[in-house]
Write a protein that binds this ligand. Structure first.
Ligand code: PLP
Length: 356
């Protein structure tokens, strides 16, 4: 049985008639940039997330850059973030000319370790940027007296950190809330910050012909907004389906590998297990035509583009171990029990627990 790592189409297939209707509606308006669909999506997303406002943009990477630009984070400033994350987290800091300062993860949650973050704070630290990795809510870093920017690209609806300045989201098609293309969002409470981000995403302008800042062209288009409005109505249900599928895996795996410790608010963007035998298990999945992913290998402190930061192998032992051991199993809202049972039986056979 061929099983993909993520079946995006299975999630939106039942909604195709609604998506076609939204497409036709937008086509009829002749407005493809900004306009009522984008404004409505921003309002609805903020209401869903429980924030005062939300500003859409072209993707989750721009969302991070826009927030830091609006906060005037730039050269000479440091931002603490994990090295066990997608490259865009640190890239966005470097893109602002600021310095990404990496901190270690907690090996159980794979999220930033508060004790290590605290050790790395200096008088140049301008913000802490936790990532809600694989959909698991990161701890609250508000107690350090520094602004917190949440990279929530993988965790729409995981419950934000109450003390954060902004949360950023990606709508890349494999994310738990996705567009049919690229898209991003920044959820904010401070109206001034929201206003500044709104200007920055449109060339630093609030009114036609007046440019107050050197900004960006980073917009969510009306088509994507109209699709996202439909998906937004399903995301809670999808997150619940992901949680149920995760619980099913944990039960079926029955200690075969280290399974994720469950936690309230976890939306299981990925179901990530760990095993020292990871490569053997991954090879067995590949052989059986079952999709999987292994993440952040090498982690960011060992990526060529960030070599100038001066880190070397061994600097983050927990991160490096997690990057050698993690294996993300097939998961999406709607994966069947039969598909999950097949994944687990392949893993069991590979471990020699079941004879083939
Ligand atoms: C943790 C994290 N941050 C940032 C991003 C960047 O999002 P995008 O691909 O929409 O630019 C992603 C996703 O790709 C991500 O997983």
């Amino acid at each position: 049985m061929t099983i993909p790592h993520v079946d995006v189409k299975a999630q939106y297939a039942p909604l195709i008639p609604e998506l076609q209707e939204a497409f036709a509606r937008t086509l009829e308006t002749g407005r493809f940039i900004f306009g009522p669909e984008v404004e409505a999506f921003e309002r609805e997303a903020a209401a869903h997330l429980g924030t005062q406002d939300s500003v859409s943009c072209a993707n989750g990477t721009d969302a991070l850059v826009l927030v830091m630009d609006a906060m005037e984070i730039g050269p000479g400033d440091e931002v603490i973030c994990p090295t066990f994350t997608f490259y865009a987290t640190a890239e966005s800091i470097a893109r602002r000319g600021a310095t990404p300062v990496f901190a270690e993860i907690d090996p159980v949650t794979l999220n930033l370790d508060p004790a290590d973050v605290e050790r790395r704070i200096t008088d140049r630290t301008k913000a802490i940027m936790p990532v809600h990795l694989f959909g698991r809510p990161a701890p609250d870093f508000g107690g350090f007296g520094l602004p917190v920017i949440e990279d929530a690209a993988q965790a729409f609806g995981a419950g934000g950190i109450a003390t954060s300045v902004a949360s950023t989201f990606s709508f890349f098609p494999t994310k738990n809330l996705f567009a049919l293309g690229d898209g991003g969002l920044i959820a904010v409470n401070d109206p001034e910050l929201a206003q500044r981000i709104r200007m920055l995403r449109f060339h630093g302008s609030a009114a036609k012909k007046e440019f107050l800042y050197v900004g960006y062209n980073s917009r969510l288009d009306a088509m994507q907004a109209s699709f996202l409005r439909i998906f937004l109505r399903h995301v809670d249900d999808w997150n619940q389906q992901r949680r149920e599928a995760a619980a099913r895996y944990t039960e079926l795996l029955d200690g075969l590998v280290e399974t994720p410790v469950d936690e309230a608010g976890h939306v299981y963007h990925m179901y990530c297990v760990r095993s020292p035998e990871r490569d053997r298990l991954a090879a067995a999945l590949k052989e059986a035509d079952i999709g999987f992913a292994v993440y952040y290998q090498p982690p960011l402190h060992l990526q060529p583009a960030l070599r100038y930061l001066g880190y070397s192998e061994g600097d983050f032992p927990e991160t490096e171990k997690a990057s050698r051991e993690n294996l993300c199993l097939p998961l999406w809202a709607g994966i069947t029990e039969e598909q999950q049972a097949e994944v687990v039986s392949v893993l069991k056979r590979a471990s020699g627990l079941v004879r083939s």
